[in-house]
Design a protein. Structure first.
Length: 616
């Protein structure tokens, strides 16, 4: 239980006692109040506005209520001091035992610390990526993929049941254009307007020519499109289309539970049935030979075409049937991750669901902004239709090669894509992402975990010590202000998860880890200045009889504390899908690079395990 939750419970109990004794009316026990950190550390560990929050219910002045509540709280051993801070506020300084409870909780819950009980929330269908299967995943698609995956992990950690789904656009105009583009590639002519011109189209054309030449001579022009679409779904050896998309997503550690075909909605008659109901109920209107859904009346910026002149249905017609099908499958919430160009999508889909008599409030869209790929600060030019494709696969391979580790590229993309709010544009500089030094922020983040592992490894290998279960005797050794402050940070981890899940903001988890890493670095530096290191240095252990002056219990307590930090840190990295490395080292070419802004620079002596240039 976090520090704030512990104190809030104690304040609530005190209010209940005052109500039971008749000093306050019973209504105060249901009042909402806050417990949070003061803006200035010298004001105490925590503060509450409870006296101000209950003034109307109690019918008394906030100052009187503050005095009454403070007097009752001072009887509780958990508080060292309870001070009145202006009318209606109380500041608290807490006993060390309150902080130690967090350590006990982390030890008891292990890697499950911070997670809500499973299946206690909503049943959520999370649709993300859903890029057209007519080409590989580009770096912008990668942001939606990683964002959706991280949001799904947060939602599960918050107790929701999440099903991840990919919607395959395997019907309609883009499939026809792919067929026309394949024919153009074989004939050596420019691809049609709006078509596809990348190398992957030529690869597909060559495969069809060698394996299904009849498709090229069939007089029905739709035959080639159908064959091309089938190859997208079944796969061409080495293809970067749908099978390639699956491989790329696997490289990013992304899994989908369901791959849903748009074509199946037409085959099953779902699109036809949805449009028939809307037309019957007066929500469709024919204009100039096209059929429109009256979405402007439902909050959209204009009415939307659902059937074009000539009878072909639009993507939006399929979308109406698709989201109606999701609701029919029994989900409590439909969450879709889309690019920022879909800003009007929520209103039109909700309008269509309302028109169908379905619960439109279940539908939610999370939008993300574009990605600018840079190299040494200079932008790449992207052009999907021109064949100048910068794919996720290429970026991941380049970073993996530079780092000498498979998975480094996925870690880098996950960090850069999740460290900013989804509504912010991202500038991803490949040269920074490839560095194995502290000016690469993902390296610094992973190094924070590796440093904790290094402390524990040295304790085991040099001193034969492992983190023990915390006892009252050992807990009493954890009195350093930084040790207690970091325990308070660990106590906030469950609230960070819950808030990040509610707001769909994975960057909050990374910010938390960065703050935790910097807090530990500051502690490490301070202990060195105080000549009070976690583990005895080589210089100390070289002195005869050093064990007689060694406080072994303090070392054991600190190891348990370090292990708790490592547990929470690793859990946070896993929520972001970033590898929790247990050792790291700089490359010679990257040595000497400055630390990122705001990061502490580790020292470089033989006993300083925070030095990432050491090979573990």
């Amino acid at each position: 239980m976090g520090i704030e939750e512990q104190v809030k419970g104690l304040v609530s109990a005190a209010l209940a006692d005052l109500a039971t004794s008749g000093e306050l009316p019973a209504d105060v026990t249901g009042a909402a109040f806050a417990v949070e950190r003061p803006k200035r550390a010298e004001h105490g560990d925590l503060a509450t506005n409870a006296p101000l929050a209950i003034q109307k219910l109690a019918g008394r002045a906030p100052r009187d209520l503050a005095n009454l509540l403070a007097e009752r709280l001072r009887r509780i051993p958990a508080f060292r001091t309870v001070d009145i801070a202006g009318p209606g506020f109380l500041n608290f300084r807490l006993q060390a035992a309150v902080f130690h409870r967090v350590l006990r909780d982390v030890q008891a819950q292990g890697t499950g610390y911070g997670r809500a009980p499973a299946a206690t929330g909503e049943r959520i269908l999370l649709e993300f990526v859903s890029a057209n299967p007519t080409g590989p995943l580009l770096i912008s698609h990668g942001r939606g993929a990683i964002l959706g995956d991280a949001v799904g992990a947060l939602l599960e950690a918050a107790g929701h049941r999440v099903v991840r789904e990919y919607y395959i656009n395997d019907f309609g105009n883009q499939i026809r254009l792919l067929g026309d583009s394949v024919r153009a590639a074989l004939e050596g002519v420019p691809h049609p307007e709006g078509g596809y011109g990348g190398d992957y189209v030529r690869e597909l054309a060559t495969w069809i020519r060698d394996n299904d030449p009849a498709a090229l001579t069939d007089p029905d022009p739709s035959t080639l499109a159908r064959v091309a679409a089938a190859r997208i779904l079944d796969g061409v050896p080495g293809s970067r289309m749908l099978p390639g998309i699956r491989r790329t997503l696997a490289e990013l550690r992304i899994h989908h539970d369901v791959w849903f075909s748009e074509e199946s909605l037409h085959r099953w008659g779902r699109v036809r049935a949805a449009l028939a109901q809307l037309e019957r109920d007066g929500y469709l209107e024919e204009r100039d030979g096209a059929l429109y859904f009256k979405s402007e009346a439902e909050g959209d910026d204009k009415d939307r075409v659902v059937r074009k002149q000539g009878g072909a249905t639009t993507y939006f017609a399929s979308d109406i049937a698709y989201h109606a099908d999701k609701i029919a499958r029994g989900y409590d919430r439909l969450l879709v991750v889309l690019g920022a160009d879909h800003h009007g999508y929520t209103a039109r889909v909700r309008g269509a669901l309302r028109a169908l008599g379905l619960p439109s409030e279940r539908f939610e869209v999370l939008l993300y902004q574009l990605v600018n790929l840079l190299r040494d600060g200079k932008p790449y030019k992207l052009g999907k239709r021109l064949g100048n494709l910068i794919t996720v696969e290429e970026v991941v391979e380049e970073i993996d090669h530079a780092a000498g580790r498979r998975g480094a590229g996925a870690d880098a993309l996950r960090y850069f894509y999740l460290s900013r709010r989804s509504d912010n544009v991202i500038d991803l500089d490949l040269e920074i992402a490839k560095k194995a030094s502290l000016d690469n922020p993902v390296f610094y983040l992973q190094y924070g975990h590796a440093r904790l592992c290094s402390v524990l490894r040295r304790a085991r290998e040099v001193f034969g010590l492992t983190p023990p279960p915390i006892t009252d005797t050992l807990a009493e050794k954890l009195t350093h202000p930084d040790e207690l402050a970091i325990l308070a940070r660990l106590g906030r981890f469950p609230a960070v998860i819950a808030e990040a899940a509610t707001l769909r903001e994975p960057h909050r988890t990374l910010f938390y880890l960065q703050d935790l890493s910097q807090a530990f670095q500051s502690y490490w530096t301070r202990l060195k200045g105080e000549n009070d290191a976690i583990l005895p240095s080589a210089a100390i252990t070289a002195e005869p009889g050093w064990e007689a002056h060694w406080d072994r219990d303090k070392t054991l307590a600190r190891l348990a504390w370090v292990e708790a930090i490592r547990t929470v840190y690793g859990a946070g990295l896993r929520l972001a899908g970033i590898t929790a490395l247990d050792h790291m080292e700089k490359r010679a070419a990257d040595a000497g690079a400055p630390a990122p802004e705001g990061a502490a620079s580790p020292a470089h002596d033989d006993d300083d395990l925070s030095d990432p240039s050491r090979s573990e």
